[in-house]
Design a protein. Structure first.
Length: 305
């Protein structure tokens, strides 16, 4: 079993125990059971196992971003759109196809409550944070300003927001279908600030200005619009036609609808995102974990340090 030993100046690893991680002054030394040895500066090791937290001090955040929550290998930017009437291109009832080039659409105007978008950015693909492929969307009848990260989130009654099987813990709760999100619209930024702004702008445009069809019903388990209609949460959103009529009568009615609850707060949903990104695998809590880091770093740099 690997052990961690703090050594005084000039002392080597304990004799007879090659499976050791030792710290001597500013150098960390690991010896494998086979007798291989690797060393690393203590400062470099600490930066490797506990990288600096995401900072937005010099980043101009887009309007609507309420908070930024660091997660393993990235960050979640929490964006809130206030209640308002949105005009969407919605699949027509008589569309000859449920999605794709043969599908037909009509314009609808419907009221939404607070729209909460969790834009998940990845720090592992390049030097800047870049928009990943697992961002999520939710409803809330109250602004997150009131309760912050403890705000309860509700599933969005929108096509193109996908539901996965309930036991698929590695899948998003309410995935924004980004299959056709153009990579060029959020890549090639010359600064992290620009990358963040471009990514969030592209994601919101894709969510709110792309055509709403039945792709989720055919490629995932369902969409949260279909699930909301099936659950009969409110007659005013029992169909897209009922939703349009209710919007004409009261543009703020959506704040009264008992939308399907996730049963989780904003904080808990972000923690879930962090968990399936490999939180446990990145933690360093034992001497064996330290040995893994030293030997992986040596492999990355091409030899002993």
């Amino acid at each position: 079993m690997p052990q961690l030993t703090i050594l005084g100046k000039g002392k080597g690893p304990p004799p007879g125990n090659p499976d050791t991680v030792s710290i001597e002054c500013d150098v960390v030394r690991a010896v494998s059971p086979e007798g291989d040895e690797r060393t690393m500066k203590l400062a470099d090791l600490l930066e490797r196992v506990a990288p600096p937290r995401i900072s937005t001090c010099d980043t101009v955040l887009p309007d609507g971003v309420k908070c930024v929550i660091p997660i393993p290998k990235g960050a979640v930017f929490v964006h809130q759109t206030p209640p308002r009437v949105h005009r969407f291109e919605w699949i027509a009832n008589d569309s000859p196809a449920p999605y794709g080039s043969e599908a037909t659409y009509r314009e609808v105007s419907i009221a939404l409550p607070y729209l909460i978008v969790l834009a998940v950015f990845d720090a592992s693909r390049g030097s800047y944070l870049q928009l990943g492929g697992n961002s999520e969307c939710f409803f809330s009848n109250r602004p997150i300003d009131a309760q912050g990260v403890d705000t309860e989130l509700h599933f969005p009654a929108l096509l193109n927001c996908s539901r996965f099987p309930i036991d698929a813990s590695e899948k998003p709760l309410s995935w924004i279908c980004v299959q056709h999100l153009s990579a060029s619209s959020c890549r090639g930024a010359k600064s992290e600030s620009a990358s963040i702004r471009m990514g969030i702008k592209a994601l919101l445009h894709h969510l709110l200005e792309s055509r709403f069809n039945l792709s989720s019903e055919n490629h995932e388990l369902s969409s949260w619009f279909s699930e909301t209609v099936k659950a009969a949460v409110d007659p005013r959103v029992a169909s897209i036609e009922a939703w349009e009529q209710a919007t004409i009568e009261d543009p703020l009615f959506a704040l009264e609808v008992p939308w399907l609850s996730t049963g989780s707060s904003l904080k808990q949903v972000v923690e879930r995102i962090a968990e399936f990104r490999g939180t446990d695998r990145s933690r360093v809590t034992t001497a064996r974990d330290l040995m893994r880091v030293l030997f992986q770093e040596s492999k990355r740099t091409g030899g002993k340090q």
